[in-house]
Design a protein around this ligand. Structure first.
Ligand SMILES: Cc1ncc(C[n+]2csc(CCOP(=O)(O)OP(=O)(O)O)c2C)c(N)n1
Length: 514
């Protein structure tokens, strides 16, 4: 077998079954090997940001990595933003980047770049294969590294001659790395803290925001009156009817400060300490109130779930939990359509076990509140603040979870970064309903100017924050990529179109003109 065949077989042996790619000449042996090695689904993205975002969405839902296959430094650069988001989501991802043959690089041919420098921005692990013989072990190490808690982007740089060279045997599946257990003394310390009467906040991130972690947090909160909070940006949060309520920090600084005001202790579980999204001129650049002490129950690398289990036991926590979300479908909104009414309509009609990829930006600022009452669902956030994630992540999530309806709730500006994801959805017949909030502006940035004291921007500033002139036609854009589209100008029309999209599997797009 050659290096490329061995690479594919080693990936498949290690449980990597999907590869999102936009290849070039240096990757052709890998591409040929797709038909020679069984078990790898190859998915074409028409822009690398689609591939990297889809690999992120896939892994968030599948709990194991997908691979990407990108074309040298320029292809990698196009995929950078969503690799950054993947890093911020602690997503396991095997990022394969083709390069020139080892003996050709010294000629500095046109596509040559310093790949290692680009990779440094998001990779937790980087290796350049030295020879075809090394490739299988490199692949196994990449998988193990991607899966090492809490998950990371592992980049394997693959020179072309390492693909076509003779390469021995594929690697077996690597051992799955386990998180480091938290020592009992730390658990007891936090238990003592929780037994006191001072207000304590349990601050959760990552997989702790899924069912098991939330139930444990709910039991601990029930036993102690601790508050349960989480970051606004989290890779995957399980919420909806019956699930434990997590208060999530909002984007602006003032309400974040208000949320934590009065807390005496902040206990971090699988989470870094919360910080404001930006430093805004004249505003505090911290969130944790003065006098509030920060404690770490578990770092993101440690076994947070095990620590929470230990804590619940130590506290003798009951089996019942603190507040849970109700099951309460709202009435269908009527009349003039707004972002709030879009979310409320979704809440009224959302099927069980749906997946929401949320990149609504200003249109989803308060979506948490507007979706209370929905059946259980998974919620995927933009984790690294880099927009253009929502449509690719929805694509990958749908691939990972056949049979579950995915809703990509997308603002028009962010949607335009990676709209090619729609084409991949059509080609792979993915069950994704994309809802575009067409406010025809970079509205959030208008808000940022306003809070600088510029309520009425000058014509040049206004023009670069405006998406009209010409208006984007999302129905035509979708249809041009094979996704049936429709436009909703009223609540009634939106509800009809959404109901229809939910009833019929396959990709759909609804442009809501706000
Ligand atoms: C890759 C990247 N480029 C630029 C930005 C800066 N940025 C943040 S929000 C935004 C515009 C958002 O507009 P839209 O998606 O239409 O949402 P709206 O604010 O209108 O709700 C931009 C350009 C970013 N966060 N990420």
């Amino acid at each position: 077998m050659n290096g490329a065949q061995n690479l594919l077989q080693s990936l498949v042996n290690g449980g990597v079954e999907v590869c999102f790619t936009n290849p070039g000449t240096s990757e052709m042996h890998f591409i040929a090997a797709l038909d020679q090695v069984r078990g790898m689904r190859a998915v074409l993205g028409l822009f690398e940001g689609v591939c990297t975002g889809a690999a992120d969405g896939y892994a968030r839902m599948a709990g194991k990595p997908a691979a990407t296959l990108l074309h040298l430094g320029p292809g990698l650069g196009n995929g950078f933003a969503n690799l950054h988001n993947a890093r911020r989501a602690n997503t396991p991802l095997v990022n394969i980047v083709g390069d020139h043959a080892t003996y050709h690089l010294r000629h500095d041919p046109p596509l040559t770049t310093d790949i290692e420098s680009i990779v440094r921005g998001f990779s937790g692990w980087v290796r350049r294969s030295r020879s075809a013989a090394d490739v299988p072990a490199d692949a196994a190490d990449a998988i193990a590294s991607a899966m090492s808690p809490p998950g990371r982007v592992a980049t394997l740089i693959l020179p072309a001659d390492c693909s076509w060279g003779e390469s021995g045997e594929p690697a077996p599946a690597p051992a799955t790395p386990r998180p480091t257990p938290v020592e009992p003394a730390r658990i007891r310390q936090i238990a003592d803290l929780l037994r006191r009467t001072e207000p304590v906040v349990l601050f959760l991130s990552g997989t702790l925001c899924m069912e098991d972690g939330l139930r444990l947090a709910g039991r601990i909160a029930r036993a102690t009156n601790a508050r349960i909070m989480g970051n606004r940006v989290n890779g995957r949060t399980q919420r909806g009817a019956g699930r434990v309520v997590v208060e999530r920090l909002p984007y602006p600084i003032e309400p974040s400060l208000a949320m934590l005001r009065g807390a005496a202790h902040l206990v971090l579980v699988g989470s870094p300490a919360p910080v404001p999204f930006f430093a805004w001129l004249g505003k505090p650049n911290w969130i944790i109130p003065e006098g509030c002490r920060t404690h770490v129950l578990a770092t993101p690398e440690e076994d947070g779930l095990g620590a929470m289990r230990g804590l619940a036991e130590e506290l003798g926590a009951p089996s019942d939990v603190s507040a849970v979300y109700p099951y309460q479908r709202p009435p269908l909104p009527t009349g003039e359509i707004t972002a709030e009414k879009v979310w409320r309509t979704l809440t009224a009609l959302m099927p069980e076990n749906a997946i929401v990829s949320d990149e609504g930006v200003t249109s989803s600022r308060d979506a948490e509140g507007w979706t209370v009452g929905a059946p259980p669902h998974d919620w995927l956030n933009v984790t690294g603040g880099s927009i253009g994630q929502g449509l690719p992540v929805a694509t990958g999530a749908a691939l990972a979870c056949p049979g579950r309806k995915v809703f990509a709730m997308e603002s028009d500006g962010a949607g335009m970064y990676t709209l090619q994801a729609l084409w991949t959805q059509a080609r792979e017949r993915l069950d994704v309903v994309t809802v575009i909030f067409a406010n025809r502006a970079y509205r959030i940035l208008r808000g940022e100017l306003k809070q600088m004291g510029i309520a009425e921007p000058g014509p040049k500033a206004a023009a670069v924050l405006d998406l009209g002139n010409p208006d984007l036609d999302w129905v035509k854009l979708a249809e041009g990529m094979g996704v049936p589209g429709s436009r909703a100008l009223s609540c009634e029309a939106f509800a009809d179109q959404l109901r229809d999209a939910i009833q019929h599997p396959g990709p759909r797009l609804i442009e809501v003109v706000l």
